[in-house]
Design a binder for this molecule. Structure first.
Ligand code: G1P
Ligand code: ZN
Length: 544
């Protein structure tokens, strides 16, 4: 058993994006590609000797191989202990929970989230810091810098560890504890929600619930928590067995990709409540009987009803939402007399606000909701939160949402994605928009008058760090908005995201179809950004 020092050369393309380094599996399988990135993570950190590292992934193709390599590298680099999920599985929220609970130095999460898996699909690596959250920009910048000058990496020359049983192993001077993937997370959920009341709801025979993990990591968590702890009938969890390629599907919980669930929830005799989660378990979609709840509304509704739930009975310190997320949560914050923070896209921007107790709940329009219980968004947490509210209020999902709109007004909201656009064309579109910004204010387009137009910049109120060029915002005097940005998580070409929002206070006008309600703004967005001309696309790839 010896430490090998292996010579290597830098790869130029190891810059982490919105959420870690995401590439095709084939890219990660190039000689030393993964090893270089892992060593670059270690090289950019200080003080981890003899400390604890958490390692786990969403179980996608290449998870097993990658974990064995990481364990041997962690041992060779001097970590004292690694906690690794059974079979190498940890959902992203569970990894965050395990890091915090065990005072770990940090964690490495292997996931490409909602991107498809398999030999020809995507893989990803993300480093999380000791608060359990994604590494902030100063660390990801340092990792990238280290990856550009790397000359060697260290690996312990040992055989693979058996990850199929909960057990403790020695790897040189390091201990590897294979832990049950669900235990710590399940225990944390029990401290936040009224499991007794939810159990009554789920096992009473009246209320029907369908949970679809899309053959991804949440399967074992959902089965353990809903069917075993909360007595939901067997079969409540569908597509619950995690598969390395997610059954060939796209593990993204939205109306397009969660089609099995959508069919059930919009079919005849639909259950009362349906939910889906993504590849690594941090996203969620919630549905009522024939009814879709937008993620932005979901955040607003959880916030408005938070005191019904034990973990939040004391009230909220504040709410935080990403800039493109609808302004529905802002209205709740205003009524509660608390702050609502607007951050750039990506969960890493919430970490400081949560650590400083400035925000309790956070969310993104991209089907992410979470709170200060961990430092990642959390799919099952959101589902449990909804179940707790449903158990207390004894109303349907639709009634709860409509009541919310009556109180606060409705923010019509939609996101249009243009995937796989040629990068040059996408960059031109954004550059053109940027150049036109200063001439925008006070311009009128039909009935819309521009109130402000900028490229969103954020100054973190806790550490003063600045993030610039986070998306083009054009706000109109009636409160509606158009936002444009390029995705930072894709692995081929560019994805243009267009976010459109309008506000309707009048309950008599809350029944429109979203795309119809937003039609004028959507064509205005095309007029301003020349989307069709520049992308060469007639319509978006995905509308959520
Ligand atoms: C997308 C979402 C963003 C989310 C991220 C990771 O990033 O838009 O809200 O935090 O995935 O799940 P994007 O591809 O837009 O950079
Ligand atoms: Zn995810």
């Amino acid at each position: 058993m010896s430490i090998q020092t292996i010579s290597t050369q830098p790869y130029t393309d190891q810059k982490p994006g919105t959420s870690g380094l995401r590439k095709k599996v084939r890219v990660f399988q190039q000689p030393n590609f993964l090893e270089n990135f892992i060593q670059s993570i270690f090289n950019s950190l200080e003080g981890y000797q003899n400390q604890t590292l958490v390692v786990g992934g969403d179980g996608r193709y290449y998870n097993r191989e990658a974990i064995q390599i990481i364990l041997k590298m962690a041992a060779a680099n001097g970590f004292g202990r690694v906690l690794v999920g059974l079979d190498g599985i940890l959902s992203t929220p569970a990894a965050s929970c395990v890091i915090r609970k065990n005072d770990a130095f940090g964690g490495i999460i292997l996931s490409a989230s909602h991107n498809p898996g398999g030999p020809e699909e995507d893989f990803g690596v993300k480093y999380n810091i000791s608060n359990g959250g994604p590494a902030p920009a100063n660390i990801t910048d340092a990792i990238f810098a280290a990856s550009q000058t790397i000359t060697e990496y260290k690996l312990l020359d040992v055989s693979d560890i058996d990850l199929s049983r909960v057990a403790s192993h020695s790897l040189g001077h390091m201990t590897v504890d294979v832990i049950d993937s669900v235990t710590d997370y399940g225990a944390l959920m029990e401290t936040l929600f009224d499991f007794g009341q939810i159990k009554q709801l789920l096992s009473g025979g009246q209320f029907r619930f369908c949970m679809d993990p899309l053959h991804a990591v949440t399967g074992p968590y959902a089965t353990a928590i809903f069917e075993r702890r909360l007595n939901a009938p067997a079969g409540t969890v569908v597509n619950g067995v995690p598969l390395e390629d997610f059954g060939g599907g796209h593990p993204d919980p939205n109306l397009v990709y969660a089609h099995d669930l959508v069919e059930i929830m919009f079919g005849e005799d639909a259950p009362d409540f349906g939910a889906a989660s993504d590849g690594d378990g941090d996203r969620n979609m919630v549905l009522g009987k024939n009814f879709f709840v937008t993620p932005s509304d979901s955040l607003a509704i959880l916030a408005a009803n938070a005191t019904l739930v034990p973990g939040y009975r004391g009230g909220l310190a504040g709410i935080a939402r990403s800039m493109p997320t609808s302004q529905a949560p802002d209205r709740v914050a205003e009524k509660l007399g608390i702050d609502c923070y607007e951050t750039p896209t990506g969960w890493k921007f919430f970490g400081n606000l949560l650590d400083a107790d400035k925000a309790t709940l956070c969310g993104e329009e991209s089907f992410g909701t979470g709170s200060n219980h961990i430092r990642e968004k959390d799919g099952l947490w959101a589902v449990l939160f909804w179940l707790n509210i449903l158990a207390v209020k004894q109303q349907s999902v639709e009634d709860i949402v409509r009541e919310h709109w009556r109180t606060y007004g409705r923010n019509y909201y939609s996101r249009h994605d243009y995937e796989g656009v040629e990068s040059d064309r996408a960059n031109t579109l954004i550059t053109n928009l940027r150049q036109g910004l200063s001439a925008m204010p006070s311009k009128t387009f039909g009935s819309y008058t521009v109130d402000y137009a900028d490229d969103f910049a954020y100054t973190d109120p806790v550490d003063g760090s600045v993030a610039e060029q986070q998306g083009i915002r054009i706000g109109f005097t009636d409160g509606s908005r158009i936002v444009f940005r390029l995705s930072g998580t894709g692995t081929s070409g560019a994805t243009l995201r267009l976010y459109v929002e309008s506000y309707e206070p009048d309950p008599a006008k809350h029944d429109q179809d979203t795309q119809v309600a937003l039609a004028d703004l959507i064509s205005l967005a095309d007029e301003i950004a020349q989307i069709k001309v520049l992308t060469g696309r007639d319509q978006p790839t995905v509308i959520t």
